[in-house]
Design a binder for this molecule. Structure first.
Ligand SMILES: [Ca+2]
Ligand SMILES: [Ca+2]
Length: 108
């Protein structure tokens, strides 16, 4: 688990917004190295990609009792990070992940 105070946020949230989430986790202010580390955590099978299935269970990396994302939430998340449209967040996705995070901090 990355951090704990989140769990209440996650458990009460009935809609997931990754931008809000990243801001809450504080990921928006993390360095590239730390983002790469998070990428490694999310890529559970170490395939080098974050696939839809891994995204779906994304919140569980932060809290074991968190729910899975809905299909719609997963797809929105995936679409935001999948810059080349192959249906998964790849090596380029580390950059994409950072890009997803940076705007989140700028708009809050
Ligand atoms: Ca993977
Ligand atoms: Ca991709």
């Amino acid at each position: 688990a990355i951090t704990d105070p989140l769990s209440c946020v996650l458990l009460t949230a009935d809609s997931f917004d990754y931008k809000t989430f990243f801001v809450k986790v504080g990921l928006n202010s993390k360095s590239n190295d730390q983002v790469a580390k998070v990428f490694g955590i999310l890529d559970q099978d170490r395939s080098g990609f974050i696939e839809e299935e891994e995204l779906k269970l994304f919140l569980k990396n932060f809290s074991a009792s968190a729910r899975a994302l809905t299909d719609a939430e997963t797809k929105a998340f995936l679409a935001a990070g999948d810059s080349d449209g192959d249906g998964k967040i790849g090596v380029d996705g580390k950059t994409a992940l950072i890009k997803m995070i940076i705007p989140a901090s700028e708009t809050s």
